[in-house]
Write a protein that binds this ligand. Structure first.
Ligand code: GDP
Length: 294
């Protein structure tokens, strides 16, 4: 694991000659600086620091472990707990068909991710259907159709209909008749910032009619501090169950993701690591913590 930022702070902490309390305070300052540099929401950084400090100063280490070693463990644990701890995300459908609604800002990578998810589940042996309900972005229909071919998933779309709600209902019906195990609906993103009532209304309508089993927010890793408000807005429209973070192959550290988790209580399930259909990975909390601090 490359944990440069944290590692430096850890070395400083372990070698430092100051008292335990002073070292803890200093380490927490370093940690805060690293997290804020990575776009993590300030409020969240404060909460996290307080939790770590409280544990470090009020609790006693178990026997056999030095106080300083124990402190480092507290820091790692608290950080990865925010992302769901050691557990691998559960991505199996809980019923058949399992209906997934993808939401997010235009350009976040929704359509690409729909294709990647389809491919992931087809490879696992599921029968997958993709519904093209993004009626705003020119090219979204063709893009999803192409991705369904590439992934081996079935495709439903209707270019003569601009009502995303109708397409979604018809698509789900179509795939139920085809005995699909997993149905993935790609919705319009538009901008997602500010007052975008029509988009949010459309999403709410689709959700009310189709009753998805899982609403997944697709989030560009470079979103930064805006992530909190954005995720909150989506979450209030239709409760977000999980998050997929895209473009983690780029330079963004993805700190905004923590804010999105705080706003929704959702778990990150997958990350996108490239433009290709197989560039999707199961989310790994400790690896992500490393990236955030590395
Ligand atoms: P949508 O408007 O949300 O449906 O976004 P698209 O799926 O069209 O994606 C927007 C752009 O981001 C496209 O150029 C994609 O190839 C690119 N993209 C999506 N996911 C990733 C990723 O994980 N890594 C990289 N590098 N590019 C991605």
């Amino acid at each position: 694991m490359v944990l440069e930022g944290l590692r430096n702070a850890v070395t400083k902490f372990l070698k430092g000659g100051s008292t335990y309390k002073d070292s803890v305070e200093e380490f927490i300052k370093d940690l805060q600086r690293e997290l804020i540099k990575s776009d993590v929401n300030i409020k969240l950084v404060k909460e996290l620091s307080e939790n770590i400090k409280k544990k470090a100063l009020e609790e006693e280490p178990p026997s056999g472990i030095s106080r300083k070693e124990w402190f480092i463990k507290i820091v790692y644990d608290e950080l990865s707990n925010l992302f769901g701890g050691d557990t691998t995300p559960d991505v199996e459908p809980k019923k058949i068909p399992w209906i997934i609604l993808l939401v997010g800002v235009q350009g976040s990578g929704k359509t690409t991710t729909a294709g990647k998810l389809a491919s992931f589940y087809v490879k696992k042996g599921y029968k997958v259907g993709l519904v093209a309900a993004d009626t705003y972005r020119p090219g979204a229909y063709e893009q999803l159709k192409m991705l369904s071919n590439l992934s081996g998933a079935m495709f439903y779309g209707d270019q003569n209909n601009n009502k995303a709600e109708e397409i979604s209902i018809n698509g789900v019906e179509y795939f139920k008749n085809k005995n699909a195990d997993i149905i993935i609906i790609d919705t319009a993103g538009r901008h997602g910032y500010g007052n975008e009532k029509s988009l949010l209304d459309e999403m709410r309508n689709i959700s009310n009619k189709v009753k998805p089993d899982e609403v997944i927010l697709v989030l560009d890793s470079s979103i930064g501090q805006k992530a909190f408000d954005l995720a909150k807005q989506f979450h209030e429209t239709t409760p977000i169950g999980s998050i997929i973070v895209t473009k983690l192959d780029g330079t963004a550290k993805g700190g905004g993701v923590l804010s999105a988790i705080a706003a929704t209580g959702a778990r990150v399930k997958f990350i996108g690591t490239g433009e290709k259909i197989d560039e999707l990975e199961l989310f790994n909390p400790s690896k992500f913590v490393s990236r955030l601090l590395g």
